[in-house]
Design a protein around this ligand. Structure first.
Ligand SMILES: [Fe+2]
Ligand SMILES: [Fe+2]
Length: 255
């Protein structure tokens, strides 16, 4: 990443750190901690992390940072969604593991046109090396296929497939909150070689997409807590926009 972009990313992180943590990350500390523990200690998840890391594209802002956060939030959402049903811990943990796998694999073909479909096909091959049932592999692949924003998802063939699919979608879209402005934006700007002035020009368009995502959450938990995550991101984004405008407006006027 070039020096100017890196410096701006640091400034964005400073701005973001002044904003309150969204309620989801406060209220659900215990499920998030459990998801985190599985992510960093479950032998199959550790092996999957080693498998996907070389396939991820950090330069597009969808590398290990994004994937880790999506994975852990997918697993946490699964726990939260099934908790009222009184599901056994063993079964819950297994579904959380499928969620972690789906999160790790969902963007492995991010640079391709239909990356959700391409990712699902690649995931199916990789999952053959893991001790999963045919249904479990299908569950993960259906979730990956359905994770793209602003496209109609295909209804899943079983309720627990649907659960993993909806949780992956919501966890991925939670990233349209502060992560967009502290992480993804700068990697994309760097990758596309955008100057701060070019970034300023595109900013309002970017924020309008973020507004639209708030109405697309699929789980009850996502619908309840997702919009606040997005609103927090938008507030951070507006402040970053003002910062860029203040510091780069002269150059902008010279264009
Ligand atoms: Fe994706
Ligand atoms: Fe993603």
């Amino acid at each position: 990443m070039d020096e100017v972009t890196r410096r701006l990313q640091r400034e964005a992180e400073r701005i973001a750190s002044k904003h309150p943590v969204p309620e989801f990350y406060i209220r659900f500390k215990a499920p998030i901690a459990l998801a985190r523990k599985l992510f960093f200690s479950h032998p199959a998840v550790l092996r999957m992390r080693r498998t996907v890391e070389p396939l991820l594209q950090e330069d597009l802002g969808h590398g290990i940072f994004h994937t880790t956060r999506v994975s852990m939030d997918t697993a946490a959402l699964i726990f939260i969604e099934v908790e009222p049903d009184g599901m056994s811990f063993r079964r819950t943990e297994r579904l959380m593991m499928l969620g972690l796998f789906a999160g790790l694999l969902h963007d492995i073909r991010r640079s391709e046109e239909r990356h959700a479909e391409a990712g699902a096909m690649e995931a199916e091959k990789l999952l053959l090396d893991f001790h999963l049932s045919r249904n479990e592999v299908e569950c993960i692949c259906e979730a990956i296929r359905n994770h793209e924003a602003f496209t109609a998802p295909t209804p899943c063939t079983r309720p627990w497939f649907q659960l993993v699919s909806d949780c992956l979608y919501d966890a991925d879209k939670f990233r349209w909150g502060s992560d967009t402005f502290t992480h993804t934006l700068w990697h994309m700007a760097n990758h596309q070689g955008l100057s701060p002035q070019e970034l300023l020009a595109r900013f309002p368009w970017g924020i309008s997409g973020t507004f639209r995502i708030a109405g697309t959450f699929r789980t009850a938990t996502g619908r309840q807590f997702g919009p606040e995550i997005i609103e927090t991101g938008i507030e951070i984004g507006k402040e970053i926009y003002r910062y860029l405008y203040k510091h780069f407006k002269e150059d902008k006027n010279d264009e």
